[in-house]
Structure formats: C-alpha cells, structure tokens
Design a protein around this ligand. Sequence first.
Ligand code: SAH
Ligand code: F3S
Length: 482
Amino acid sequence: MNDRSVYLETMGCQMNVLDSELVLGQLRARGYTPTDDMHAADLVLVNTCSVRRHAEDKALSRLGSLKLSKKSKPDRVIGVIGCMAERDPDGIFEKVPHVDLVCGPAELYKVPAMVEEVQAGRNRLVALTVNKSRRSTPLERATEHDSVESLDLSRDPRSDGSSIQAYVRVQRGCDKFCTFCVVPFTRGPERSRPPDLIVDEVRMLADRGCKEITLLGQTVNSYVNQDGGRPVNFAELLERVHVVEGIERIRFVTSYPGDFTSDIFDAMRDLPKVCAYLHLPVQSGSNAVLERMRRQHTVERFRELIDQARQTVPGITIATDFIVGFSGETDEEFEESCELVRRSNFKNIFCFKYSERPATVAEKRMPDDVPDAVKRQRNRTLLELQEEVAMANNQTLLGRTVEVLVEGYSKAAIKAQEAEQTRGSEVGWKRSDQLVGRTPGDQIVVFTGKPEDIGRLAQVRLTGATALTLHGELADREARPS
Ligand code: SAH
Ligand code: F3S
C-alpha cells in the first residue's frame, strides 16, 4: 500500500462532480488519501470544464500556480482530466509544461494506471477517446463499452462514506450539436447505460443510506437503451428506479426540450418519489436565435411543454438556462428572452454570456459580434427580471408547510461556527443550528433545527423568503405538506 496524498479539484457540471468522486474512489482503493492542500499533495488532479472560456482560463491558472512547487517536489504527479484534457491536450502541454498526464472524460478509469506509469518515469501521457470513437466501427464501440463502463462499475460502497445524496450516470455524451456547445466534442456520442446497471447502482447507494439520487445525462430525457432487444425509455427507467427501497427522492438533469415526451410527465405525476422539478434549458426566447443555435424547439413549443408540465404534475417547479449575446443577438431578440422570463414563472434561471468555443459550428460560421459590455448588461438585466419573478412567487409560499430533505448546516451557520472556533469558544454551535435543505421542487430552505435532523425529511413551515432562499421553522412532525 502507498501512503500518498491526492488533491483533486473539480470545475464544471454535475457530471464532473460524479467523475471526480469515482476517480477518487479508485485512488483511495490504491491507498491514496485525499487532502485539501494542493501544494503538499503527491498527486494533483484538476477535473476541467470547457463549456466557457473562463472555466478553461481558471484551470490553466490553477495549474500554472503549481510550477514552482513542482521544482521543489519533483516526484509530484500533475494531471489534467475532463473536458479540457479531451479538447486541447497539446495546448495544455504548451501552456503548462509541468503537467504529466491528460485524460479525457471517457477514459478516466485509466487514471490510476497512468499515474503509476508517470511514477515509473514516463511523462506526458495522453488518454483521449472522443475523436477516436466518433470514427470507430460498431464492433470497436462494442468492446469499448466494457472499459467505459468500468469507471461507474468501480463505485465502491465502502470507499466514500455514506451520503444522503448521490449522482448516478444514466447517459454519456451528446449528439445534439447545438452550434454554440463544445460538449459533443469533449464527451463524445450519446450512449445510454443499461437499465440493470443503473438500478443495481441505485440499490447499492440505497443500502448505504442514500435517500436522494439524481440521474445524470446531457439530454437525460432522450435516454433509451435496448434491454434484451426491447427499448427501455426514460419514463420506464424512472419506474424501474422508483421501486428501489430506501430511496425517497429521484431527480434528473438535464432535459432537452426537443425530445420531451408526455409519458415522462405522467411518470412524474404517478411516481411519488420523483420530484416535481424540471431543469429544461431553453437558451433563448427568440425563434431566430434558437434557429441559429440549432436547438430543435421553438419558443411556442417550449411554452407548451411547460404548460403541459404544470397541468400534469402538481406544484412542479421549472428552472432553465439562457445564453445572452449569442452571435447576432439584437436588442429585439434579447427582449424576447426577457419576455419569456416575465411570462414563465421559472424557479430560477442560469444565465451565461456567450463564449465562443473552438471547433463548434458557431465558431466556424458565426461571428462573436456582441460586445462584452452588452453581454454583461443583458446578463444583469435578465437576472434582475428573474429575481423579481422569483421574489413574487416565493412570497405566495409563505405559511405553507413543505417537505425538506435536510442536507446539513447552512453556510451562515458554518461561518458562525468557524468564527466561534477561532475565538476559542465552545458554546457557539448550539446557538447557530441553522440547517439547510431542499424541497422536492429544489427550493432551498433554511430553518433552525437539531443536528439529528440532518439526513432526514422534515416538515418546515415557511415564514420568510428572498428570491433564492426560503426561511421557515420546523412544523409539527405529524403535519402533512400542503
Ligand atoms: N445539456 C447540458 C448542457 C451543458 S452546458 C447539461 O447537462 O446541462 C450547460 C449550459 O451552459 C447550457 O445549457 C448553456 O446554457 C451553457 N452554455 C453551453 N455552451 C455555452 C457557450 N459556448 N457559451 C455560454 N454558455 C454556454
Ligand atoms: Fe450542449 Fe446542446 Fe448537447 S447544449 S450538451 S450540444 S443538447
């Protein structure tokens, strides 16, 4: 066994969070101990995101800061994993020459072996897959399947302790090729995992105390897998996962409007563990922009979908993504996004300034012609609008009792505790038992509770609200949510 330490920093989406957890599990099994101290670690891995340029710049500056300490600690191994590794391995070695290995998202099961090779004296190791598999034959792909699965199959129930929430991959890659998006180039073709493997994984997580699982895919509702020659679609997958005992909540992200079918809404209505929450990125409120983005929906279709969701699934909350300042976006087109926000009562929106990404259709054919100052202003305008919408909506919730899965202490409580500790006081903790959790609709609720409430479902009566957070107090434990 070795007694080496590993520092792993994760940037980007939930898929990366899951990948990091699995890589860390594999390294733990080989005797590595995780550490928070990047500069002392024997192995440093940065799990990168390529969706926007800013995320790549951040990764490079992180890696750059290791240059000096690599000199003082020459046997340290430094690796870049994830989307940026896949997208631009040569650029990484050029900009941060002290990197020893780069490994794309579909090859992560190779990381422990790659680290050993570096320790044995090899350097600049590269494991990539996407470009290879986009060209490979069906037979080659079939054999690849086993090795690709091995990362998820390596999930070790003993290795990362018990957690009340977990991500489970149901689908890899994306075939949509929205013109702005780099994901199909970094994560490769869309493939759905076999339903049996998914259900087995969920069962294993439930056995170790997990209460809430989030099924992950880039276009998760497009899930379809041939199980013994019969297609299993996403609605059926939800049913199969639903029977796992111990799991109390099932979420899924991210949905693709163009592929949404009504059987999924029916499943959400009929299966009580499936949370009434939808993350359905629209990207723009203008049909002309949606066409340039090559999204396969119109604004009208999107509005129909969310209307249908609200009619079928009681109390459903909907979150969405917008990109502002996409190629050619006029003031009028942006105003259409504002109008969509005003009319749609989203729970929240994720709003991004368009960032041109190499190799995408937009990069090749459409100028990045909206000035950054305009992008920034539009970003602010849309977020302010949404804040008003959310604030008004949250006010209507006051007085209701909601079910909250208690995740832990709120950030404010953690800060208060740290402050108490630095002052040497021992009494602070009890005074600041501010807990935080989420409703089935993914709304954040802060309330005063007891440490033993963490990991449980609590009934909380709502007493206050801001645009992003609800506040409340523990209701009678027998009370039912309204
Ligand atoms: N379906 C994926 C989308 C991945 S990217 C998912 O699982 O969420 C997440 C979000 O980033 C997108 O919905 C989009 O709003 C934003 N995004 C993607 N490419 C972008 C780009 N080039 N510039 C700015 N934002 C981008
Ligand atoms: Fe990206 Fe569009 Fe797929 S946003 S992840 S190409 S659905």
